[in-house]
Design a protein around this ligand. Sequence first.
Ligand SMILES: NC(=O)c1ccc[n+]([C@@H]2O[C@H](COP(=O)([O-])OP(=O)(O)OC[C@H]3O[C@@H](n4cnc5c(N)ncnc54)[C@H](O)[C@@H]3O)[C@@H](O)[C@H]2O)c1
Length: 291
Amino acid sequence: MMSFERVGIVGAGMMGSGIAQVCAQAGMSVVLMDIHISSLEKAKHSIEWSVRKFIEKGKLKENVGTILKRVTFTDSLKDMREVDIVIENVPEDVEIKREVFKTLSRIVRRDTLLSSDTSAIPVTELAVVSRYPERVLGLHFFSPPQFMQAVEVIRGVVTDDDTMNKGVTFIRMVGKFPIRVERDVAGFLLNRINFPGTIEAIRLVEEGIASVEEVDAGMRLAFGRKMGPFETGDMVGLDVMMQAMMSTYQETKDMKFYPPVLMQRKVKAGHLGIKTRKGWYEYNDDGTRKT
Ligand SMILES: NC(=O)c1ccc[n+]([C@@H]2O[C@H](COP(=O)([O-])OP(=O)(O)OC[C@H]3O[C@@H](n4cnc5c(N)ncnc54)[C@H](O)[C@@H]3O)[C@@H](O)[C@H]2O)c1
């Protein structure tokens, strides 16, 4: 039985820093790696800020210093030598990810699990460039990882049962809810179910049938969701969501996954959501929505 005391995270952007925080709050020691020092500095600040919020709300008993002490910030992959599991969170680009897996699998121990938080790249494509492809799996978190409970545990074509079972155990250990996905189909499970609904919502708005606000309110109030599809889109990032829809479309050739023109234009215009202060809605500098 593996203990998962040390976790390696590659890529300290929005997802990587959030997942690092989740693991540190679960008591694990974390090596957080990024090629950009500026990303590491930003990650440190955002973890500090977010942990403080957890403490203020009474959701965390430990203090900020204790949590931060568990995280080592580094720009070298070599520091992954002793970790029990790696979660890769570099940009959604197959070449960048393959390079990371190739290098990483020559640094880590034989029994280390290698996982990717990719939204749409097949796990198998990353496994085949790795030294021990049977130890590679998908661990797909949802944004923001500090709050979203579901994590898809995805089996690539060559992932073995032991790796899948350990992936499930790890996700439970960090306080999340594992959803087993037994094949690495495009879009995996949850996005695959959710994308067509989001695309239909965008089309209905595009056709002037209803406004963004009406659709979101309706979806919240009729189906008990916390957020409507446009609110989710702004939080995830329209560019990130569009890219994941496009990869799902490219693999399936099914128009139900094709991102509508309105979404494509908004991405072109740089209206990407909360991160650019403008997406489906407009935001203040602190990320709150303009009324
Ligand atoms: N944003 C979401 O809602 C979401 C949800 C689930 C999964 N994902 C997936 O998570 C991954 C990361 O997404 P993000 O939104 O955090 O991206 P991001 O752009 O915020 O962060 C990516 C980080 O990777 C770093 N990086 C780039 N090349 C690197 C390399 N070779 N080695 C190490 N670090 C490198 C960058 O400096 C950056 O800090 C993507 O695969 C994305 O599809 C995103």
